[in-house]
Design a protein. Structure first.
Length: 448
């Protein structure tokens, strides 16, 4: 007998569980993987049915996961990819060979979880159930490898029941300090907790103090090797190109010239270096240049400096912390417009609007339309507006994301630029308005 009559019924069951992504109680009160380990045991340990590549980092892990998925796919592997959060539909988080899990399969895997849940000693969270659903489905559809993105942090993240043969730490900056702690060293230590015995750790962070922390944790965990950007691998050239970046990359085993990455922003060259190094670490040998060229050509990452309209030029970017906004501010220089640049920004609580907006104000964004994300954690639009005014911007407060986008397009005019940022909730609403449901990608949807 079926537990759920429809996908809506299954998702309603899922949503009755604690949602750390929406409510985010401090992780210090829940420092355990025991629920996940118990759940995996009841499901027959599906996370051990395939090799995995595990990714964490304050920013860039979603883009890096998308690139890595594409590279492994170009090599001929059927790759399962687990990312978070989703833009429009929860199916986006779990995919095989670039295709999200279909509704019937999602219902089936959630039914299996509902059946075993009463046997657990403690009620799992929504994210734990989604993670278990991904790992279980990957085993069912027999993926050749899984690319798994951490939700938050690393050590205590639900995904950390998986033993990645490659562990990637893209970078470390301030984010989720209420969960991970107030210092960069503490955040780095938590993220490095995904490194497992015998694995290769690929580190995109270059700050010597933070690299030292990550290396120390990795070596204590029994990592076979630690590869650090600027040492074992690097992006040696990173040039603006039509529709993306043209990069030269060096890995421990090879040098690649004039690779086209169809993503905007200089930071994507750094993410490409991490992804390519991780691919080499996984196979234990360099990837053929033709494979790399084909793989990168497949990459699409909705919501990350994504162009979704012209006249005015319209961009979506999921920057939701200070480091992300700094990257966005730098990347705006790649888009030359003769008109006005207008930002649509909404933020979740716990963000510092002044610190978040300072980079884009310094980059020449003179107009801002403030709105509130559709989330229980939303920060009032008026708070964002006050910070924008203090930064010297001309500000309009909108009652919804839809209204904010309409106002911004009018302010920008046909020759201007509209950029939507500050929260993935805001980006998701704007994307649905501007382009509809996210297309079926050949790579993973965005992470944070």
């Amino acid at each position: 007998m079926n537990t759920f009559k429809s996908l809506e019924d299954a998702l309603a069951w899922l949503d009755r569980h604690i949602d750390l992504e929406s409510k985010v109680p401090t992780r210090r009160s829940l420092p355990t993987l025991e629920r996940m380990r118990e759940l995996m045991a009841l499901l027959g340990e599906p996370e051990r049915a395939y090799p995995a590549l595990h990714l964490t980092g304050t920013n860039g892990k979603g883009s890096t996961a998308a690139m890595l998925t594409a590279l492994l796919g170009a090599r001929g592997l059927a790759v399962g990819t687990y990312t978070s959060p989703n833009l429009a539909h929860v199916n986006e988080r779990i995919s095989r060979a670039g295709t999200p899990i279909d509704d019937a399969s999602l219902i089936e895997v959630l039914e299996a979880l509902a059946i075993v849940e009463p046997s657990l000693s403690d009620r799992p969270t929504r994210f734990e159930l989604l993670t278990a659903a991904a790992f279980s489905w990957f085993a069912e559809v027999a993926v050749d490898a899984a690319v798994v993105e951490v939700g938050v942090g690393g050590t205590w993240d639900a995904t950390n029941v998986i033993d990645g043969v490659v562990a990637v730490v893209t970078n470390v900056s301030y984010d989720h300090t209420d969960i991970l702690g107030p210092t960069l060293e503490g955040i780095a230590r938590d993220k490095a907790g995904i490194v497992k015995p015998g694995s290769v750790a690929v580190v995109g962070e270059v700050d010597p103090d933070l690299v030292s922390v990550i290396r120390s944790v990795a070596e204590a965990s029994g990592a076979a090797q630690v590869w650090v950007r600027g040492e074992e691998f690097e992006c040696t050239k990173n040039r603006l190109a039509v529709g993306g970046r043209l990069v030269d990359l060096r890995t421990p085993g090879a040098v690649y010239h004039d690779l086209f990455v169809p993503l905007h922003g200089e930071h994507q060259g750094l993410n490409a270096a991490c992804a390519l190094a991780a691919g080499e670490a996984f196979f234990g040998a360099p990837l053929h240049p033709d494979v790399v060229t084909e793989g990168f050509s497949r990459v699409r990452v909705p919501g990350r400096l994504e162009v979704v309209g012209r006249r005015p030029l319209s961009l979506l970017d999921g920057a939701h912390n200070v480091a992300g906004m700094q990257v966005l501010a730098t990347a705006l220089g790649d888009f030359a417009v003769t008109g006005r640049t207008v930002a649509v920004v909404g933020m979740l609580g716990g963000r510092d609007p002044s610190a978040m907006l300072s980079p884009v104000a310094s980059a020449g964004v003179g107009h801002l339309v403030a709105c509130a994300p559709a989330s229980p954690r939303a920060q009032p639009a008026e708070v964002v507006a006050e910070a924008a005014e203090a930064a010297g911007m001309q500000v309009v407060v909108a009652g919804s994301v839809d209204a904010a986008v309409a106002i911004a397009k009018e302010l920008a005019g046909e020759d201007g630029l509209v950029v939507v940022a500050g929260s993935l909730y805001v980006v998701a609403e704007a994307r649905e308005l501007l382009v509809g449901r996210p297309e079926q990608q050949t790579s993973a949807p965005p992470g944070r």
